[in-house]
Write a protein that binds this ligand. Structure first.
Ligand code: UTP
Length: 468
């Protein structure tokens, strides 16, 4: 049975309704899109997520508890647990067991920037792009730990070619060619509210990336898991493309992961206020999981401990350390579990009966996405450790307001000012210009203090300051 017949027999005949008008090339394109679609999987998603209400597994909120986490001690430098973690993390980095992994396949609709998000200029003085910031941090870690620290970057159809071209134009920001690996995530078709696959043009299905949780399938399909195993990589340091403050090779985090025998660890931030839009680390009947902010009842968001802190304060910032073996086991053919899909209602341009492309002001269809944090319930001893905003989290999500380029630049400047203070550099009280430190000079406060003591620079506080 060819694809056309198959789709017709499965109630999706609208996909091929303009077949007679398509050129050979358009037909080939439509056929290859159709080949990407697992109709059995789609039927199940339509039955559960589209026709069966939201279909998300319902949570028994009365049994939900806040997840425990490892909090930052008063003095990290003298805390035996944190120091042991650091040592273990450094050993893992030095022995080449760690790879950096960035998910960069998203569409970045909220930012509204024309291009892959990683090519967005984000630093306060030099306007370096997100990708350059990560490249410099990775390069700094490679030098510091004398390791390969390969960098895996997941793209999607929407931005793959532009991302690869951007790295080529910039000569990989000095990183060896074979140490940066790009692979494409999978796609899912969008359907209307009756479960019918939507055509975005006469010869093309409306398809979109399958969510950051699609990373696991894509790592497998692209051969990246195998390449990691061949290279002795056991641990992935996972982060999102929109967060330039992240530490892509944090020895404390990696060390706690190893020390506790966890297979998937996460960083948390105490939520700044009740309704802050971060997922919540929770435990339900002994199983760890993240409950999305949109699913969390207001009463639980507002619940407080006797000392006044929010009870469900552990906010997820999408920074994880993941065992390669564990991630691989989730997508192996013999795996008995799989990440669930979530439903997102979207406005999706479509072709009408007459073959004209139409836009809509109200959501007319459903996209399906998987989330990486849905692997947490399947992990062994999935620990959570605390971090601080300036040391790890200031994402660029929106064009304006919270989590925007402006707030992110302000946070970077705040962090670098703290480093200056720690190194004993006096900043004039009326200094209000930008400061930027290249990760190639230092990318943690300790490293900055050390580097500055060896190589102090003349600073001119009459203009912006760049330490590189
Ligand atoms: P977001 O949830 O912020 O989505 O992604 P987005 O697509 O970047 O932006 P909006 O919602 O359209 O404005 C968080 C991270 O997950 C990656 C993104 O690239 C970002 O690093 N991601 C998201 C993927 O890699 N693939 C996806 O399918 C979705």
């Amino acid at each position: 049975m060819d694809k056309k017949e198959l789709f017709e027999s499965r109630g999706q005949k609208q996909v091929f309704r303009f077949w007679g008008e398509l050129s050979e090339e358009e037909r080939a394109n439509l056929n290859s899109q159709a080949a990407e679609i697992d109709l059995e999987e789609l039927d199940k998603l339509v039955a559960t997520l589209v026709k069966g209400g939201s279909g998300q597994a319902s949570v028994d909120f009365s049994a939900l508890e806040p997840a425990p986490y490892i909090s930052i001690p008063e003095n990290v430098d003298t805390d035996p647990d944190w120091q042991e973690a650091k040592r273990l993390g450094e050993e893992a980095l030095e022995s080449g067991k760690v790879a950096a992994f960035t998910v960069a396949g998203g569409q970045g609709t909220r930012l509204g920037y024309d291009g892959p998000k990683g090519t967005y200029p984000v630093t306060p003085v030099k306007q370096k792009t997100l990708f350059q910031v990560f490249a410099e941090k990775i390069q700094a870690a490679r030098v510091r730990y004398g390791c390969k620290l390969p960098w895996f970057i997941m793209t999607s159809d929407v931005n793959h070619a532009a991302t690869v071209a951007f790295f080529e134009e910039n000569k990989n920001f000095g990183l060896a060619e074979d140490s940066v690996v790009f692979f494409r995530q999978g796609r899912m078709p969008a359907v209307d509210h009756d479960g019918k696959i939507i055509l975005e043009s006469k010869g093309s299905i409306a398809m979109s990336p399958d969510g950051h949780g699609g990373a696991l399938r894509a790592l497998d399909r692209s051969g990246s898991f195998q390449a990691m195993e061949d290279d002795g990589i056991e641990i992935l340091s996972y982060f999102q493309v929109d967060n330039p403050l992240v530490q892509p090779a944090d020895p404390y985090f990696i060390g706690f992961h190893l020390k506790s025998g966890s297979t998937l660890s996460s960083k948390m931030l105490p939520k700044a206020y009740e309704k802050e839009k971060l997922g919540h680390f929770c435990v339900l009947n002994g199983v760890s999981q993240v409950v999305e902010y949109s699913d969390m009842p207001d009463e639980l968001c507002a619940l407080r401990d006797p000392d006044g802190q929010l009870s469900f304060r552990a906010g997820s910032i999408a920074i994880h350390v993941i065992d390669v073996k564990f991630a691989r086991s989730l997508v192996a053919p013999e795996s008995t579990v799989s990440l669930p899909f979530h439903r997102a209602d979207k406005k999706i341009p479509f072709v009408n009966e007459a073959g004209e492309v139409q836009k809509t002001d109200t959501p007319n269809g459903v996209k399906f996405e998987m989330f990486v944090f849905d692997s947490i319930p399947f992990a062994s001893n999935p620990i959570v450790i605390e971090t601080t905003r300036l040391n790890d989290f200031s994402p660029v999500k929106n064009a304006e307001g919270t989590d925007s380029p402006e707030t992110c630049k302000a946070d970077q400047i705040k962090l670098f000012r703290e480093w200056f203070t720690a190194a004993g550099i006096e900043i004039p009280s009326d200094y209000d210009k930008a400061i930027e430190v290249s990760a190639l000079f230092a990318y943690t406060e300790d490293a900055f203090v050390e580097a500055w003591s060896k190589k102090p620079q003349e600073l001119d506080f009459s203009s912006e300051i760049y330490v590189g």
